[in-house]
Structures are given as structure tokens and as C-alpha cells.
Design a protein around this ligand. Structure first.
Ligand code: CTP
Length: 398
């Protein structure tokens, strides 16, 4: 992993009460060796496992242990530190701190800082395997993913109980790599504001039924993250998605129907330079949404009306439009038709019949079509494809 990318970065290392806390002493040392300015926060219970002086000796910064032992000039450590932070790392993260983070319970400066920061947050859980797989903890993990924080591990290995299970904290060297990765990105979308749409729209039929589609939102979320990492200001307008994992730093705008999605996009259009429309917009909506649950005997036909074609409706002289084409036949012919009929700069064409690709999958196989020609890619992760799309779209910016 390349060196000195985190030099002078303000890294907040929050250590909570797990046996794995001893590994965080080594992590703090690795970070300091890379030139980072490391500020450690110790929870009350962490003090049972590791001492303040180990950390202060390595980081040359005083350790923060509570709200009332102020070490900053402003006497409000967690706020001052949260504002200055380039990344907040919680390692090890116990079941207790995961619950508090998920719920925003700010009874200690660790959660206080997390609530007050705009920096990315990396969390490395460590606990007994059965505790980790409990419904409560999995619920909190889900919530933390949806908040957009990055969770690393836990890994499978020998736990303090002697059992081999998932619960071991990610090793310090791997955490160092993940921290460096957060900063190691080319910033060729600096100065760009982007709209990305993701997921499927939901068109209500009645209070219990709706029309939607199989979109997981993964491609759109990968694009939003790639844009963020390359320096753009990103507005993610999304419908039904599987998860909002790792979407820190992205402005997230939830929507439901196609009409709502269109309205939210229109609010952002004047200040944005590019829209990447990866959402699977329902082509039709129900003409009249029933307030009451429709009885099954009256459900043999529903009157539909056409939704607006959002992408087509946007003025291409105002914004660079990148569209998708989900096709099960005549991939290129249909993609080229969409390129011109929707007046897009690029169409990302997917053959949705390919196994292991497209809807719901982590991978995608696509052809990028624009007026200069086509570029065919092999099956790759949606994250990788997102960067390929941005590489190709770059020529249209400015
Ligand atoms: N799209 C849109 N509004 C719609 C339908 C689609 O903005 N009402 C966008 C999609 O987000 C995508 C592109 O248009 O970027 C193509 O969507 P796709 O579903 O492939 O095609 P459709 O235009 O719906 O045409 P068809 O279903 O006939 O293939």
C-alpha cells in the first residue's frame, strides 16, 4: 500500500472495551508511522483493557476519556475534534457502542463526535460470535450500514472464548489499508455536482399493494460512491434500494414514485453538471390509488397511466445525461435508439438475461455507447464498472 497518503490527516481512533483493544495500540502506532495526527478516545470500559499512557506515548496527544476531562482549548472536545476529523475509526467496536451508534445515544464523546462530524466513519466490530449474530446486533449493523458508515469485518478466527467464529477484529494492517483507501482516490470530478438515481420506484395500488421492479440500487450506489471518491458533490436520489452501505459524504434524497423522483431531480438540476440515471423507473403508475384495500374480487384489472420519462424530459443543453438501457434482446440497437431518443451523452447497456450480472447482483457486464462508438467490458464488480463509466463520461465535463 502506498505511503504517506494519510500524512497530517486528523484521525480519531475510538477504542472501546474489548480484548481486541490491545491491537489498537499497534494500529495507532501504524497510523503515526504514516505521518497521521492520531487523537485517541477511550471509552470507560476500554480502560479495563488498555491504558491511556500507551496511546498518549505513541500518538503524542492526550487521550480523551470522557465529556468532562477537556483537553482542547474550547473545552468541548468532541465537537472541536469532530469538526477537524478527516476520518473517525472505531476499533474495536463492542456490541454496546454499535447499539449506541445505531441509535445516536451520545452518552460518551465517541458517539458525540460521530454525530457531529461530516468525516467518513470506519467501524471494526469485535465480540463473541453468537453476540455478533444476534438479531439485535444484526439490526444495529443494518442501521449503521444505512447511515452510510463503513463496517470492516469482523473476521473469522479464534476468539477469546477459544471458539473459532466470526467476531475477531480486522487486523490492524488491514485497517490501515482501509483508512489509506479512503483518501487514495483520483479527484478528477472535483468542482462537479452530480445527480445519481438508484433503485426502483414504487407505484402504490392501495395501502398494501404496489408496482415495483427487481432493481437493488447497487449500480447507482456504486456510481454515487465513485463520484464522491473522485471529488464530486453527489446527490443520490433513490427509490427502493437494498442498502445504503458506505454512502457517507453523499447527500441522500429518498423518493418513492416516479413523479416524486422527477420532482426531486428538478430541484437539483440547475446546480448540477451531470445526471446518471440508473434508477429503474416504473413506466406506468396506477391511475387512481385506492385509499382502501381493494378486495381481491375487484382486483382482476387495474387502470394504469404512463409515467413521465424522467431522463427524456431533462434539457440536455443544461446537463450531461447518462442513461441506462436494460435489455433482454437487441442490446446495441436498443441502446443506440435510447441514446438518441433521450438525447444522452452515454448509454450504459446491460443484457439483463446474463447470469451473475445486472439486477440484484454485485457484478455487471455492460457496453458503454456514445456517439464516438462503443466500449464493451467483461463481467466486473459494479464498483469497478462505476469507475469505467466515470472515465468515459469525463470527456463531456467542461
Ligand atoms: N427512465 C426514465 N424514466 C422512465 C423510464 C426510464 O428516466 N419513465 C430512464 C432509466 O432510468 C434509464 C433509461 O431511461 O436510464 C432507460 O430505461 P429503460 O427501462 O431501459 O427503458 P425505457 O425508456 O423504460 O424503455 P423500454 O422499457 O421500452 O425499454
Amino acid at each position: 500500500m502506498s505511503k504517506k497518503i494519510i500524512k497530517n490527516k486528523n484521525i480519531i481512533l475510538c477504542v472501546t472495551g474489548s480484548i481486541a483493544a490491545y491491537k489498537s495500540i499497534y494500529l495507532s502506532s501504524l497510523l503515526v508511522k504514516e505521518g497521521a495526527n492520531v487523537q485517541v478516545m477511550l471509552s470507560e470500559s476500554a480502560k479495563n483493557f488498555v491504558g491511556e499512557s500507551s496511546f498518549s506515548g505513541i500518538t503524542h496527544n492526550e487521550v480523551i476519556t470522557g465529556y468532562y476531562d477537556s483537553k482542547t482549548s474550547l473545552s468541548i472536545d468532541h465537537i472541536e475534534i469532530a469538526k477537524k476529523a478527516d476520518v473517525i475509526v472505531v476499533a474495536p467496536a463492542t456490541a454496546n457502542i454499535l447499539a449506541k451508534i445505531a441509535l445516536g445515544i451520545s452518552s460518551d464523546p465517541i458517539v458525540g463526535s460521530i454525530l457531529a462530524t461530516k468525516a467518513p466513519i470506519l467501524i471494526a466490530p469485535a465480540m463473541d460470535g453468537d453476540m455478533y449474530s444476534s438479531k439485535q446486533i444484526q439490526g444495529h449493523i443494518n442501521e449503521i450500514n444505512n447511515l452510510g458508515y463503513k463496517i470492516s469485518g469482523p473476521e473469522k478466527g479464534r476468539l477469546a472464548s477459544g471458539i473459532e467464529e466470526f467476531g475477531r477484529m480486522t487486523e490492524p494492517e488491514s485497517l490501515l489499508d482501509e483508512i489509506i483507501n479512503i483518501f487514495q482516490k483520483k479527484k478528477d470530478y472535483n468542482q462537479v455536482e452530480a445527480i445519481v438515481t438508484a433503485g426502483g420506484t414504487i407505484e402504490d395500488i392501495d395501502p398494501v399493494r404496489y408496482i415495483s421492479n427487481k432493481s437493488s440500487g447497487k449500480m447507482g450506489i456504486a456510481l454515487a460512491k465513485a463520484l464522491r471518491d473522485r471529488g464530486a458533490v453527489v446527490n443520490l436520489v433513490y427509490g427502493r434500494v437494498d442498502s445504503l452501505e458506505e454512502t457517507y459524504g453523499i447527500n441522500k434524497i429518498p423518493t418513492k414514485s416516479a413523479v416524486e423522483m422527477k420532482n426531486e431531480i428538478e430541484k437539483l438540476i440547475d446546480r448540477s453538471q451531470i445526471i446518471i440515471m440508473s434508477a429503474a423507473v416504473a413506466d406506468y403508475r396506477v391511475k387512481k390509488i385506492s385509499k382502501e384495500k381493494i378486495k381481491k374480487d375487484n382486483l382482476d384489472s387495474i387502470q394504469l397511466e404512463k409515467n413521465p420519462d424522467i431522463l427524456k424530459s431533462l434539457d440536455s443543453s443544461k446537463i450531461i445525461k447518462v442513461g441506462f438501457a436494460a435489455e433482454s434482446e437487441n442490446l446495441l440497437i436498443n441502446a443506440k435508439k435510447k441514446l438518441s431518443s433521450k438525447d444522452c451523452k452515454i448509454i450504459v447497456a446491460n443484457d439483463i438475461t446474463l447470469e451473475g450480472s445486472g439486477f440484484g447482483s454485485d457484478n455487471n457486464k455492460a457496453v458503454l455507447v456514445d456517439n464516438d462508438g462503443e466500449e464493451t467490458f467483461p463481467l466486473m464488480s459494479k464498483n469497478e464498472l462505476a469507475h469505467k463509466i466515470l472515465d468515459r463520461a469525463k470527456k463531456f465535463i467542461n
